[in-house]
Design a protein around this ligand. Structure first.
Ligand code: GLY
Length: 368
């Protein structure tokens, strides 16, 4: 797809001067070199809707695309699209049938953002509600808040008529039971020699570099859409890290981490190890990289590199070969409909629905 846009990038590799004052010493000029990147872009919207999603989102993009053609707003369309996967017990990473926390309780996280109003809504660690993305949309539409968590999120959902439902399927319960029997040291409570820092701030150990990758899943669905008016929205919904410590919230409900929209630029989202994405503001960083002029796929790769360099400062997250012991996949949809995705490791896919139909595409790869 040829992007129809004009772009003026000003790279001012200037040595802007920032004056800092040292307390007690008096004003002392200190010179920092600052690179300012100011990108002014005018991106023309696509002529027909474009929806993208993670690899498990083929039905979601099909539905979202159809809803936009039927006249839905992009935020309603993406929430409607992911609702199919939230209700599917076979997808053990999202909604009903999702793998539970270490107590056997399914706790869900979701967020949604509406580009034209720049409003966001999210819920964290919500229980007994099958469609957390729709609850996040209610937060966005009907409150002055952005994020509601735990019991409050459940009660909020009930006020809006969402049904209380048992989300733990037999298959997920059996998986949890097997995990409980075999967990040994493979849980989320760090042993003393795995902690990089003790609670008093003293460095206590670098961890075991020979650790196998942590055998937990971080499955999630992200979905983003742009319509011919150039209105962009996105949402991300998940059961999060399987067997997590109760109350653990990942990147998916955190605006700027698992999902972000800037209506002038586009949308971005993440799946994979949420802790790594949160600590590098993944989705926000991708939109900023696109704003600075990077193509969507390049922006995803750029942010993945940053996530690797930030996360592997914790040595237990780096394997002997110098590669991370976890995966993250980033997704990007630019306002003009150009899209891309990149994963740390091979064989990941993402999905798209546009004027050419719905299909799966290969993600670019950081480590071949
Ligand atoms: N990316 C989903 C999670 O870590 O919870």
């Amino acid at each position: 797809m040829t992007p129809k846009h004009t772009r003026r990038n000003f790279l001012l590799a200037s040595s802007a001067t920032v004056i800092g004052a040292s307390a007690g010493v008096g004003a002392r000029g200190q010179r920092f070199k600052v690179n300012l990147v100011e990108a002014e872009q005018r991106l023309d919207p696509p002529s027909s809707p474009v929806c993208i999603s993670s690899g498990n989102g083929l039905r979601a993009v099909e539905r979202a695309h159809a809803r936009i053609l039927a006249g839905d707003d992009t935020a309603l369309a993406v929430v409607n699209g992911v609702g199919i996967v939230e209700a599917d017990p076979k997808d053990m990473s999202v909604g009903y049938g999702g793998l539970p926390n270490e107590n056997g309780v399914v706790q869900l996280d979701a967020s949604v953002m509406h580009g034209p109003t720049h409003k966001a809504g999210s819920v964290g660690a919500i229980e007994d509600i099958m469609h957390p993305a729709a609850v996040a949309l209610k937060v966005l539409q009907t409150t002055d808040h952005v994020m509601i968590v735990g019991r409050g999120a459940y009660e909020f959902a009930r006020v809006h008529g969402f049904k209380k439902e048992d989300l733990l399927t037999d298959k997920a319960r059996q998986a949890w039971a097997r995990w409980k029997q075999n967990r040994s040291n493979r849980d989320d409570w760090l042993n003393r020699d795995e902690m990089d820092w003790s609670s008093d701030g003293t460095r206590v150990g670098l961890g075991d570099q020979n650790n196998e990758p942590v055998p937990f899943t971080y499955g999630t669905i992200h979905c983003a859409a742009v319509n011919p008016k150039g209105d962009v929205s996105a949402c991300t919904t998940t059961s999060g890290l399987s067997y997590k410590i109760p109350g653990r919230v990942g990147d998916s409900p955190i605006i700027g981490a698992g999902m972000y929209v800037d209506n002038e630029i586009g949308a971005a989202g993440a799946t994979g190890r949420g802790e790594a994405v949160v600590q590098s503001c993944g989705a926000f960083a991708v939109t900023q990289a696109m704003a600075a002029g990077m193509e969507p796929t390049q922006a995803c790769l750029h942010v993945l590199k940053k996530i690797v360099s930030n996360s592997t400062k914790q040595r237990r997250l780096m394997r002997e070969n110098g590669k991370p012991s976890f995966n993250v996949i980033m997704y990007a949809l630019r306002k003009d409909g150009v899209h891309g995705s990149a994963a740390m490791f091979p064989n990941a896919t993402y999905t798209v629905a546009d004027g050419q139909g719905a299909r799966s595409l290969k993600c670019a790869v950081l480590f071949e």
